[in-house]
Design a protein around this ligand. Structure first.
Ligand SMILES: [Zn+2]
Length: 325
């Protein structure tokens, strides 16, 4: 009787989490498309601001060169001033503004056209106004987020631990796709992952000790940092970015120091699979499209969560040398 009650309650929890996952997935789509654009715009504004005479001029030169430095040519000042006017005239860009529109015809998307998955099916994947096809990636992201939320609720219940692992999945889904699209790994998401992971370990919610989480973060960062600088010294090229170090540090904070070799192994597997998928989709035909390490790392974190952290250790025991047994 009590067992049945528990099963029903586990089913209800899982269904509720799946629903919440659809809504969060819909929000993640916004984050994936807008956050890189917001970052690029911020950098552009910063660069233009640094060229403006009020900010650059003698004091900036003094910081850079230690001397007064050359005068900034008037043409550059004019150019920077023009660019600043253009940037100031742009409509605001945040996660909530402007409201979602069709990229083709500018049709404002109404709330009933924005219901996760259902609207996509009802609209048969086309804009209701101009009939241009909508990327299938939107509902796929919603469904995958929903699946991870359901898994977390089923495994951990609707508890702080379940919520934390769901947040882990949501942040990794964003990093996976943002890096795949733009070769960027936003610091804001990497640091959210890192601090959440360390905080969760401190509270004993991820099942690993705080010391293992801290060493996981330290070794995660330093291992890729070392590879990066060794590669740069040997070849003169930059093989990956600082975002990759931060992401592996964050994964170390969630999964523990003894997981790092396992994550790197799983990420090469994810890399091989992703490479084949992209090859199949013709995305790698253009040789110049760089593929960064971030999607593999984020994918490895998601695989570890999907399989179950304990099960990953059983599947690749040789990758966990610090763990006895
Ligand atoms: Zn349209």
């Amino acid at each position: 009787m009590f067992g049945e009650f528990l099963q029903v309650s586990q089913g209800i929890d899982t269904a509720l989490a799946a629903l919440l996952g659809l809504l969060i997935g819909s929000f993640l789509n916004v984050v994936i498309y807008r956050l890189p654009a917001m970052m690029l715009r911020g950098w552009l504004e910063e660069s233009v601001g640094n060229l403006m005479p009020a900010d650059s001029g003698p004091s900036l030169w003094r910081q850079v060169l230690g001397t007064k430095g050359p005068a900034i040519p008037p043409s550059l000042e004019r150019c920077a001033a023009d660019a600043a006017v253009v940037l100031e005239g742009l409509p605001p860009l945040t996660l909530s503004r402007p409201a979602s529109r069709c990229g083709q015809c500018g049709h404002g998307i109404r709330w009933y056209e924005n219901v996760p998955v259902l609207s996509y099916v009802a609209l048969r994947g086309r804009c209701s106004s101009c009939k241009v096809s909508i990327s299938a990636r939107y509902p796929v992201v919603e469904l995958i987020t929903s699946a991870f939320f359901a898994l977390c609720a089923w495994r951990y219940g609707i508890t702080p631990t379940g919520a934390l692992w769901a947040a882990f999945a949501a942040l990794l889904i964003c990093q996976f796709l943002i890096d795949l699209d733009t070769q960027l790994l936003p610091d804001s998401l990497n640091y959210a992952l890192l601090w959440l992971g360390l905080g969760a370990a401190a509270l004993g919610l991820t099942g690993i000790s705080l010391s293992s989480a801290v060493w996981g973060a330290i070794f995660g960062y330093l291992s890729l940092w070392t590879v990066y600088h060794a590669y740069r010294l040997a070849t003169g090229k930059e093989g990956m970015g600082y975002g990759d170090f931060k992401l592996l540090a964050a994964l170390g904070a969630w999964l523990g120091a003894d997981y790092l070799i396992g994550i790197v192994l799983v990420s090469s597997l994810v890399g091989a699979v992703l490479g084949l998928v992209l090859l199949g989709a013709g995305r790698l035909a253009h040789k110049n499209i760089p593929i960064s390490f971030g999607p593999f790392l984020a994918g490895a974190g998601l695989v570890c969560l999907a399989v179950g952290p304990a099960e990953v250790k059983q599947l690749v025991p040789f990758a966990f040398p610090f763990v006895p047994g």
